[in-house]
Design a binder for this molecule. Structure first.
Ligand code: FE
Length: 180
């Protein structure tokens, strides 16, 4: 597993590993995350949620860079790895962005039809739409609404060639959150 993260370490990983790795979409993981962060900015999200959007799939990047040691669901892996230097307002929406997809599939008519093919395929492995008690458990989580917002940006962030900021422009935001 890659050493404990720092702001510079995360940026380097996204620049090097994340700009090569694809996950069944037409954009690289780093492009995808930059597009998600851009959506968060457009909607006026708080700094922590913008950074959560920027890093929500870091677990995939970790798995791409060290497949033998970085195992388990990518959202858990990413949230755990980030939690050594970023606050819960960043890591919890990251951790919940997959269950938020399952929640939206269960509760929002027509949502699943908007998912990309890759996202619809992984839904099966992720457990399918939430049911019964699990819907209420998710809604009771303090970060549920942030996770739902992040998920909706995630779904929009798969457009080849879409304009985004440069990764380095997020460095000050990351440093400010890491310092707290
Ligand atoms: Fe994503």
């Amino acid at each position: 597993m890659i050493a404990a993260p720092s702001v510079e370490g995360v940026l380097r990983l996204l620049r090097e590993e994340g700009s090569r790795a694809y996950f069944g979409e037409a954009v690289t993981i780093t492009e995808h995350q930059l597009q998600a962060a851009r959506q968060a900015e457009i909607e006026g999200a708080a700094a922590a949620l913008i950074v959560a959007a920027l890093l929500h799939d870091i677990g995939w990047v970790l798995q791409a860079s060290s497949p033998e040691s970085a195992t388990g669901p990518h959202e858990q892996l990413g949230a755990e790895w980030l939690s050594s230097f970023l606050p819960p307002a960043v890591t919890e929406p990251v951790r919940l962005h997959v269950v938020a997809k399952r929640y939206l599939c269960a509760t929002r008519p027509g949502y699943d039809a908007r998912l990309s093919d890759a996202s619809r395929r992984t839904l099966v492995d992720q457990g399918g739409p939430l049911e019964g008690e699990a819907v209420r458990d998710f809604e009771a989580n303090a970060y549920a609404s942030d996770a739902v917002r992040l998920r909706l940006w995630d779904d929009l962030a798969k457009v080849p060639g879409a304009w985004t900021r440069d990764l380095d422009q997020y460095a000050p935001l990351l440093r400010a959150l890491a310092a707290n």
